[in-house]
Design a protein around this ligand. Sequence first.
Ligand SMILES: Cc1cc2nc3c(=O)[nH]c(=O)nc-3n(C[C@H](O)[C@H](O)[C@H](O)COP(=O)(O)O)c2cc1C
Length: 172
Amino acid sequence: MSRDVAGDPRLALLHARRTVSRLGPPGPDAAELAAMLDAADAAPDHGRLHPWRLTVLDGPTRDALSDAYAAAAAARGEDAEAVARARSKPLRGPVVVAAVARTVPHPRVPAWEQLAAAACAVQNLCLAATALGYGSAWRTGTAVEDPGVRAVLDLDPDDRLIGFVHLGTPTA
Ligand SMILES: Cc1cc2nc3c(=O)[nH]c(=O)nc-3n(C[C@H](O)[C@H](O)[C@H](O)COP(=O)(O)O)c2cc1C
C-alpha cells in the first residue's frame, strides 16, 4: 500500500515556490546569495559539465541593462510609456541574477541535456530563495536575444542568456 504523502510538509517548499512579481527590500545578503548559488550548483548535471553561469548583477550593470532594454524598445518603435516600462525591468527587485548557459559538443551529453541542467540550476536557485524566505521571478522576454543586452553582459556568441532571476521580499 502506498503512503499518503500528498500533504507531506517535507514537500511544502516545492509547493511554496511561486513567481513573485513585486519584490522589495530586503534582498538576500552576500552570505545568503552564496548559499543560494551553492544550492543551484547541486542541480543534476550529466557529465558534470557545469554548463551554466549565474552572475549577481551589480548596480552599474543593472543601470546599463536598463538603458539597453529602453533602447531595444525604442528601436521596436514602442511608445514612450512602453519604453519607460522596458527601462524599469532590470531595476525590479533588490537583486538580479543573470543566468547564462553554454553548451559544448560532447559525445554522450547532447546540447539539450546541458540546457536542461542549466534550467535545473535556475530552478534550484528559485527554490533556495523560497527556502530562505525570499520571492523570486525568472524572466526572459525578447531582451534575452537583444544584442545590446548581450553586449552589456559581455556574452560570447556561444552563450545563451536563459533568463534573469529577480530576488527580494514579496511586497504584495
Ligand atoms: C524559461 C522561463 C522563462 C520565463 N520567462 C518569464 C517572463 O519573461 N515573464 C514572466 O512573467 N514570467 C516568466 N517565467 C515564469 C513563468 O511565467 C511562471 O513560472 C508561470 O507563470 C507560472 O507561475 P508560477 O511560477 O508562480 O507557478 C518564465 C519561466 C521560465 C521557466
